[in-house]
Design a protein around this ligand. Structure first.
Ligand code: SAH
Length: 247
């Protein structure tokens, strides 16, 4: 197999059963355009190609892996050398299904980039570090990114995957989440909304009145003594809309 590179977060998933479950969680149909992130040696790529789909784009950053992937013969497949944390998903279509066993060192950056492109990504099934996967699907304590993701997607924790299913085994457990875009996601200036959330989550133990004017909080019906982790996604949205009106 050659050397796997730690710097690229290369832990190949070798369990056929887990690969199948990830692929089936995407509920692929013949008309679908699927984008795989971090193809590696193609374990998940091959399983995805067993499903009927219109087109499969694989984004991979490591040129050695791109070379390996290019040996998979299938007219529906296109391998693209790209950094998935910066890639413009909308350049590939308008209704994409995104999937991947993400490199954990940049997993959060990739999730952030998917959310930035939610207009073009209707479903995402992603494997991350378990702790991150739990947070993002609303099971752990909230982070700015979990709120950002759950503003636009309904998220669900699919399953945990222990290290022994990977080569080489990572040090931590992994978890798979499924994200389905909301029917009517709010239309927001994404950069401003991100800035608002990161500001509120900085010094998370501080009360909100230290971060926002009290009348902004009261107009949004939120106690000035509340802390950021007590708010729901709906609270954040309401608060953001009041905040935007006032400046
Ligand atoms: N899907 C494969 C490999 C997963 S390992 C499997 O499950 O077996 C993660 C893969 O992501 C590696 O191949 C790594 O080279 C690639 N990668 C790392 N950083 C990336 C980035 N920023 N954008 C796209 N791919 C990346």
């Amino acid at each position: 197999m050659g050397r796997l590179k730690k710097s690229y977060g290369q832990h190949l998933l070798v369990s056929k059963g887990v690969l199948e479950r990830i692929a089936s969680a995407l509920e692929i149909e013949g008309k679908d355009i699927v984008v795989e992130i971090g193809g590696g040696t193609g374990n998940l790529t091959r399983v995805l190609l067993e499903h009927p789909l219109k087109r499969l784009y694989v984004l991979e950053l490591d040129p050695d892996m791109v070379e390996k992937l290019s040996h998979i013969e299938d007219s529906r497949l296109e391998v693209i050398r790209a950094d998935a944390s910066k890639f413009d998903f909308c350049s590939l279509g308008e209704d994409l299904k995104v999937v991947g066993n993400l490199p954990y060192n940049v997993g959060s950056l990739i999730v952030e980039n998917v959310v930035f492109h939610h207009r073009c990504v209707s479903v995402a099934v992603l494997m991350l570090q378990k702790e991150v996967a739990l947070k993002l699907s609303g099971k752990g304590s909230a982070s700015w990114l979990s709120v950002f993701l759950n503003t636009f997607y309904e998220t669900e924790y699919v399953m945990s995957v222990p290290p022994r299913f990977f080569v080489p085994p990572p040090k931590v457990d992994s978890g798979v989440i499924r994200c389905v875009r909301k029917e009517a996601p709010p239309e927001l200036d994404m950069k401003r909304y991100k800035g608002f959330l990161t500001k509120l989550f900085a010094d998370r133990r501080k009360m909100l009145r230290k971060k926002l004017p009290e009348d902004t909080l009261s107009k949004a019906g939120i106690s000035p003594k509340a802390r950021v982790e007590e708010l729901s996604v709906e609270d954040f949205l309401r608060l953001y809309n009041v905040y935007e009106e006032e400046i």
